[in-house]
Write a protein that binds this ligand. Structure first.
Ligand code: SDX
Length: 431
């Protein structure tokens, strides 16, 4: 085995360079020495969409896209989904170790007891139009929290980061619940600190006139598993945005608002909403073949399919499919399931999808469950954002504590393809 270096010959000059390799990567700045003259800026790496660029080192989540492997801090997602709870997994993602009983009790107590929102937030949410998209309300409201917690700017103070973490993990479900109730014209249902994290969220969504909402254990557990599956996913675009905004030393509320805005996109966390619209548009399993033909002709995409990293079945989709049947047993089979199963069956046999390694991803089945739980489809990305908040915070904190990153603002280069230098033309002389 040779040395951990890359030997590069620049055929423009005949010069040879040795570039060190570490962890299967080279440091892009090492390319700058490769130049044709003293004035030359030197080589940069060009990678639109970050197809093959690592902007950071991280210890939080490991994905092997070819093997369909996903691990949080080394623990396989399958085991965590089966044996853990969302709050325990959130602690693991944030701190790197599974909590002891006292640690979990302290963490759960603090999260549960930060769920109430400042009363002025209600006025903020009241101001939205009756048909405002809940994601638009969530993005705006979590950003507005930065005006209530000015201590959040002390990003290098561990105690302040911990307090903001409690507040964000605790208040995202409350904001989501208030946004949902606003969108259906119902009075806000306040948090109930006697309930579990997901039980309380169901309470803030569905409490009617009963004195105390009793969440159904099957739905409580189904949401807990769904939140575990959505908690983190290494450098997805919303996490990359969280790290990018955080690198400018913005406060965590503004950074989470930006990350949630990225998640809202239909190619990212907004896909679960698009899947339901797509299944409803197909309407019947007999219409699946003609829909597939349209997609193969380049007319639209099969939402909920494909992934930048997974070139195998998304392990989360397999687990979600199992959760779906638990919910359908209680709530009745979602009629759109047959269309989804037929779509998956045909797509997994079709060369167009096989060649492009397009498999169902985490968004393909999650919406069917949320719909069966009684949620309107524009709430689906909101649930994704609630679960992913801990992943965003963990990456934000890892970046702030990384000596290589803490003082380095994320500022990519570009390849300039615009006009060369030219003189100003007075308006009367312009054509
Ligand atoms: C999430 O990054 C993460 O980790 C994200 C996420 C997380 O947990 O944070 O996993 C959550 O965002 C899941 C993805 C949800 N999005 C969707 O389901 C939307 C539909 N899928 C895509 O648009 C697409 O697959 C992406 C955005 C997910 C990935 O896109 P890539 O890796 O940039 O792939 P690409 O767009 O370059 O496509 C490669 C080829 C193209 O065909 P050709 O130009 O080579 O002929 O595959 C085709 C694409 O047209 N293709 C699809 C397709 N996805 C890609 N064709 C039909 N249907 C699709 N869904």
């Amino acid at each position: 085995m040779g040395s951990d270096t890359l030997t590069v010959i620049d055929n423009r000059t005949g010069r040879q360079y040795e570039i060190p390799i570490h962890d299967g990567a080279i440091n892009a700045p090492d390319l700058r020495q490769i130049r044709v003259s003293e004035e030359d800026f030197g080589l940069v790496s060009y990678d639109p969409g970050f197809m093959n660029t690592a902007p950071c080192q991280s210890k939080i989540t490991f994905i092997d896209g070819d093997q369909g492997i996903l691990r949080y801090r080394g623990y396989p997602i399958e085991e965590l989904a089966e044996k853990s709870t969302y709050l325990e997994v959130a602690y693991l993602i944030l701190h790197g170790e599974l909590p002891t009983k006292p640690q979990l009790d302290d963490w759960s107590y603090n999260v549960i007891h930060h769920s109430i929102l400042h009363e002025n937030i209600k006025k903020f949410i009241d101001g939205f139009h009756h048909d405002a998209h809940p994601m638009g309300m969530l993005v705006s409201t979590v950003g507005a929290l930065s005006t209530f917690y000015t201590d959040a700017k002390h990003i290098f103070d561990a105690e302040s980061r911990t307090k903001q973490t409690y507040r964000l993990v605790a208040k995202m479900p409350t904001i989501a619940g208030f946004a949902y109730r606003h969108s259906i014209g119902m009075p806000y249902a306040y948090p109930d600190n006697d309930l579990s994290y997901t039980g309380n969220f169901l309470n803030m969504l569905f409490k009617m006139t009963e004195l105390k909402y009793q969440p159904h254990p099957v739905l409580e557990r189904a949401l807990d598993v769904l939140f575990i599956l959505h908690a983190d996913h290494e450098q997805n675009i919303s996490t990359n945005v969280m790290r990018g905004v955080g690198s400018a030393h913005s406060d965590p509320y503004c950074a989470v608002a930006a990350a949630a805005a990225a998640l809202y996109g239909p190619l990212h966390g907004g896909a679960n909403e698009q899947v339901l619209k797509m299944l409803s548009e197909i309407g019947h399993k007999d219409k699946v073949p003609s829909f597939i033909q349209k997609v193969k002709a380049g007319d639209g995409r099969l939402m909920g399919f494909g992934h930048r990293v997974y070139k195998n079945y998304d392990p989360r989709a397999k687990i979600i499919k199992k959760v779906a049947y638990d919910v359908f047993e209680l709530k009745g089979r979602n009629p759109l399931l047959d269309i989804a199963l037929e779509l998956e069956r045909i797509a997994l046999e079709d060369d167009y999808f096989i060649k492009r390694k397009l498999y169902p991803n985490v968004d393909f089945y999650s919406g069917l469950i949320y719909q069966s739980m009684g949620l309107q489809i524009d709430m689906f990305p909101v649930l994704f954002a609630i679960a992913r908040t801990i992943g965003w915070i963990a990456h934000w904190e890892e970046m702030l504590l990384d000596p290589e990153q803490k003082m380095k603002i994320a500022r990519p280069r570009q390849l300039y393809r615009g006009a060369e230098k030219r003189g100003y033309v007075p308006i009367e002389k312009r054509k």
